[in-house]
Design a protein around this ligand. Structure first.
Ligand code: AMP
Ligand code: GLY
Length: 419
């Protein structure tokens, strides 16, 4: 098989790396990829959001399966185009991807399917939204309805904070059209976990549960980021709880989407808060998580391609996914200034290995300069991943390798996997 991975981050590097080990695969292609991905795949110079270009390329170059990493091409209809052309694609069509593309739609699906989530209302007008927030003492979360690159959520502690967030989105339009409608929901408390399923429209194979670290600093201090690291498994999600999430969250969402004529194939990601009253869904994503995918790909034992292909073809019956019992951790090495003002073009040393066994360094904001050296090209530069005998061992191994990778202003959290 010739498999095309769409995207250019560390998530796509981890996917391409895992796919490249499959005996079913003759070629891994990646659009547009990055220098790390180039070690395991042939790069195709088409941007990840160029839906027309990607569809044309996949048809012309005899691609047997397309695996889509990021949400933007899915929301823009890449899977629709590929399916129409008869090319299997791991990723939902635009109508199903709306479960990520519109938070109001996601809440509607959850309400209709009886999926446990925070109480909420959706607004396009300021005054009723402010009133809803005030009635809850300002302990609410204000969310831009549309895609806002992970920046559209404000967790509020007072009526003033909530009003400011609502002003920003509904009046000042800081997120443009994505924030013209907002969801305001009750603020929940508890640890978070990411439960991701590979789904074929009806059936779901759960990946092991993972935990992300969204704040930039140790101990969850500082501003939110795209994710500073992840680990799996998490003691917070037992096998029983993961099965409960499959039964009460993932399968009902699939049934409700199918009932609405929007069958979902690909990766369905439930971001959960584990409250004293049980798990509550904070968000759905229509794709694999970043950075969760990086440690998760290290824990998938054996070939992942049958699961991806069967999900794409709508038939996961009888397909299994084996898991390495060893824990894995992924530490994101970020560029100077990230997430505020990110420095670019700093020379990177030590990112090309060789690395110890069961250590992988997945590239994200990395490009090759004209002189051949690797330089930074984005906020999250690399994810250093390691498997270990236990979490402490996995952490030690990841941090040992992280310490050997250098670029000006490099920073990372020291507490990934300690939670
Ligand atoms: P989301 O993109 O919807 O997952 O939100 C981003 C982050 O905001 C989550 O990872 C949580 O930390 C926080 N968050 C979202 N919804 C809630 C909620 N209802 N209560 C408390 N925190 C929330
Ligand atoms: N790790 C969170 C996300 O992928 O959205």
């Amino acid at each position: 098989m010739r498999i095309l991975v769409v995207g250019s981050g560390a998530r796509e590097h981890a996917l391409a790396w895992k796919i490249s080990q499959s005996p079913l695969v003759s070629a891994v292609l990646c659009a547009p990829g990055n220098p790390g991905i180039a070690r395991v795949a042939k790069l195709v110079a088409i941007p990840a959001d160029d839906v027309d270009g990607l569809a044309r390329y996949a048809r012309g170059d005899a691609v047997d399966l397309v695996v889509v990493g990021p949400e933007v091409p899915l929301v823009k209809g890449l899977a629709d185009r590929l399916r129409k052309a008869g090319i299997p694609v791991f990723g939902p069509e635009a109508a199903a991807a709306e479960i990520e593309g519109s938070k109001a739609f996601a809440k509607e699906v959850m309400a209709a399917a009886g999926i446990p989530t925070a109480e909420y209302a959706a607004f396009t007008e300021l005054a009723p939204a402010v009133e809803f927030a005030r009635a809850r003492g300002g302990k609410v979360v204000v969310k831009a309805d549309g895609l806002a690159a992970g920046k559209g959520v404000v967790v509020c502690g007072s009526p003033e904070e909530a009003e400011a967030a609502l002003q920003d989105m509904l009046v000042a339009k800081v997120h443009g059209a994505a924030g013209a409608r907002v969801v305001v929901e009750e603020r929940l408390e508890g640890p978070e976990a990411s439960c991701i399923a590979i789904v074929d429209g009806e059936r779901a194979l759960m990946l092991p549960a993972a935990q992300d670290h969204k704040r930039v600093g140790d101990g969850d201090q500082g501003p939110n980021t795209g994710g500073m690291g992840a680990f799996s498994p998490t003691p917070k999600v037992s096998a029983e709880l993961l099965e409960e999430v499959r039964r009460t969250v993932i399968l009902p969402a699939l049934r409700e989407l199918a009932r609405r004529g929007r069958p979902f194939r690909g990766a369905l990601y439930a971001g959960l808060m584990l409250t004293p009253k049980g798990p509550r869904v904070l968000e759905f994503n229509a794709r694999l998580g970043d950075p969760e995918t990086q440690p998760l790909m290290m824990r998938v034992a054996g070939d992942i391609v049958p699961a991806l292909l069967s999900a794409a073809n709508g038939n996961l019956e009888g397909v299994e996914l084996r898991t390495d019992p060893r824990p894995a951790v992924g530490v994101v090495l970020a560029a100077e200034g990230y997430p505020a003002r990110t420095a670019l073009d700093d020379a990177i040393e030590g990112a090309e290995g060789p690395f110890p066994e069961d250590v992988q360094v997945f590239h994200a904001g990395v490009r090759r300069a004209t002189d051949g050296r690797l330089v930074t090209s984005g906020g999250r530069v690399l994810t250093v991943c390691a498997l270990g005998r236990d979490m402490a061992d996995a952490r030690a191994r990841a941090y040992e390798t992280a310490a050997r990778i250098r670029f000006r202003g490099q920073h990372h959290r020291k507490d990934i996997g300690l939670k």
